[in-house]
Design a protein around this ligand. Structure first.
Ligand SMILES: [Zn+2]
Length: 306
């Protein structure tokens, strides 16, 4: 894995002679510290403002994911500039990993050359936002879609509901890369209260991803790259979380109580205590898991309200 360059802030700050220590630079919030990392031949991870976009370069154009400009309105333009450092080819496709606004905002900078793609169930949600900065998908699919550009094949797959009801995997079969956003964070807890998630189906979805043929996992947030083992570990985390919550209920702890949080923490800490956000998000993951179970129960038994 080759780190090509830090695009902006570190070099700029160093040139100014403002700061000598990389540690101090990392704390300097005056500018973006974008990176372009080659993850496989022709495949790059553009890492900016804590979001990762996959960039696939071919002789006939470029494919990108995740404009991700909701909280950093210049991010998609810098993604476009980073593509320009790699090739003169235009961006031909923008793939939305899922509909969530933090990942899907800002693709309008590619609208003059690109076709936009998402899962079928992301499209109405994206359209409902009615934002000029978020082009509505031109192409959608239900289960699988094959994309070919300049001799490079991409397989888009829906592996079931998980972090959302429309999260997909972008596979590069030849490079053996799988790009999955938000539902397979690498050595990190899933986001906060698992909003919009389907916790039980999520586990089955991960099992399906484990059956895919790839070696390199590219996430939607840093840590940027992992392996299939990270998929197995995320499934292990969700399974252990569910088991620990059920055991805590059996022990008589109320849902979300300090006793439950402590019991679940004690069960998970030996294996997952070093993961990012373990302390801060474990109580939120517990809350989200229980809420997700309740949503699934309500959907399975839609009794009318009294
Ligand atoms: Zn998301």
């Amino acid at each position: 894995m080759r780190r090509l360059r830090r695009l902006t802030a570190i070099l700029t700050a160093a040139a100014l002679g403002a700061l000598a220590s990389p540690t101090v630079l990392a704390q300097d919030a005056t500018g973006p510290q974008d990176e372009l990392i080659e993850v496989a031949p022709g495949a790059y991870a553009f890492v900016a403002s804590n979001y990762v976009s996959l960039v696939v370069v071919t002789d006939e154009g470029v494919i990108v994911t995740e404009p991700a400009s909701q909280f950093d309105t210049g991010r998609a333009a810098r993604l476009e500039a980073a593509v320009g450092e790699l090739t003169d080819q235009p961006v031909r496709y923008v793939i939305y990993s899922h509909d969530h606004a933090d990942h899907s905002t800002g693709g309008d900078v590619f609208a003059d050359t690109a076709t936009f793609i998402s899962h079928r169930d992301a499209a109405p949600k994206l359209a409902a936002r009615a934002e000029a900065v978020t082009p509505v998908p031109d192409l959608t699919f239900s289960d699988a879609m094959t994309l070919e550009l300049g001799g490079t094949v991409l397989e888009l797959r829906f592996m079931g509901r998980n972090h959302s009801d429309n999260s997909i995997v972008v596979l590069l079969p030849e490079a053996r890369v799988a790009h999955a956003v938000d539902f397979i964070p690498i050595e990190s807890l899933p986001f906060q209260t698992l909003p919009d998630a389907y916790p039980t189906e999520w586990i089955e979805s991960l099992r399906a991803v484990e059956a895919l043929d790839f070696d390199i996992l590219v996430a939607g947030h840093p840590p940027v790259t992992g392996t299939k083992e990270d998929v197995v570990e995320m499934r292990g985390y969700l399974e252990a979380l569910g088991t620990a919550v059920e055991a805590s209920r059996t022990a008589g702890h109320a849902d979300g109580s300090p006793e439950m949080v402590e019991a679940v923490r004690a069960a998970l800490e030996p294996t997952y205590g070093t993961w990012a956000n373990f302390d801060a998000w474990l109580p939120l993951n517990i809350e989200g898991l229980i809420a997700g179970w309740a949503r699934a129960d309500a959907a399975a038994d839609p009794s009318p309200a009294p």
